[in-house]
Design a protein around this ligand. Structure first.
Ligand SMILES: CC(C)(COP(=O)(O)OP(=O)(O)OC[C@H]1O[C@@H](n2cnc3c(N)ncnc32)[C@H](O)[C@@H]1OP(=O)(O)O)[C@@H](O)C(=O)NCCC(=O)NCCS
Ligand SMILES: CC(=O)OC[C@H](N)C(=O)O
Length: 241
């Protein structure tokens, strides 16, 4: 794990793994601008500060990182070597989470607790967050909740939710969206066909004020452009706001 490795060596490995696992990158130089890499690097620093009891400084680094990357990793969380966070947006990793080596984490992954109403009954210092084994892949929006253990090389698919232990190599898939063939021609009119509702053409209808400066009932294309402030004023004076 990271603590046994020199910090610089760990940071260099983090850089290499981003180049190796993000096909959109062509060089180490380009990888320096990778959002997930910034988040992992910041955590390497904040976790060390946290381990030395400098909680405020650790929190500050984590907060700056969150603002810049969208990744929120509690300084207490333990990240293994070569953890790869791709894209990063909205990733949340809780305080007592442990993430193994060579784990891949896509956007919107949560390694979270089940909630205070359960966690406040745990003994002090008890784990609330998952332990993720080596080589695990967590797909976009995967959510793992509670002090569960995800076995090595398991895959938690995009959108899947896990609240129980997973054995090594397990695969968890969320339900797929339903795909249907195109509906018959009469079921849904083609885009652009059919009448435009009066409220959007400016035609006076019951309780619907015209929204253009042109004459009521004029076709939408005939109206002069309406500024936002004019539209707000018209709606307010018609009592529709
Ligand atoms: C973790 C959580 C799902 C547990 O649900 P719960 O109702 O408290 O407790 P249980 O685990 O007993 O679940 C109740 C039932 O819902 C089912 N269930 C739980 N999650 C489910 C899911 N995602 N989909 C379908 N069913 C689910 C369970 O299987 C159980 O069914 P059963 O009674 O037939 O066995 C819920 O507390 C939760 O969503 N908490 C918020 C966690 C969160 O957002 N954390 C973020 C922190 S960063
Ligand atoms: C990430 C997460 O679990 O947040 C919930 C709460 N802040 C806690 O640390 O338990």
């Amino acid at each position: 794990m990271t603590e046994e490795n020199g910090l610089l060596r760990t940071l260099a490995e983090d850089l290499s793994v981003v180049v190796a696992r993000d096909p959109s990158l062509t060089s180490r130089r380009e990888a320096l601008g990778h959002t997930g890499l910034s988040a992992v690097w910041a955590h390497r620093v904040s976790h060390r500060l946290y381990g030395r009891g400098m909680r405020t400084a650790a929190r500050t680094v984590a907060r700056i990182s969150r603002r810049r990357t969208g990744v929120e990793i509690h300084p207490g969380a333990v990240l293994g070597r070569r953890v790869f966070i791709d894209h990063g947006a909205s990733v949340v990793i809780g305080q007592t989470a442990v993430v193994g080596d060579d784990v891949t984490i896509y956007q919107q992954v949560t390694l979270g607790a089940v909630g205070w109403w359960a966690d406040n009954h745990r003994p002090p210092g008890a784990r609330r967050h998952p332990v993720v084994g080596d080589g695990v892949i967590l797909g976009a929006n995967a959510t793992v909740l509670g002090p569960v253990t995800i076995g090595d090389r398991a895959l938690v698919g995009a959108m899947a939710t896990v609240t129980e232990d997973l054995p090594p190599g397990a695969r968890v898939y969320a339900a797929r969206s339903v795909v249907r063939p195109a509906p018959g021609p009469r079921a849904v009119p083609p885009l652009g066909a059919g009448p435009v509702p009066a409220a959007r053409t400016g035609a006076a209808g019951p309780g619907v004020p015209p929204v253009s400066g042109g004459p009521a009932g004029a076709a939408a294309g005939d109206r002069p452009p309406l500024s936002v402030s004019d539209a707000v004023r018209e709606l307010a004076s018609a009592g529709s706001w």
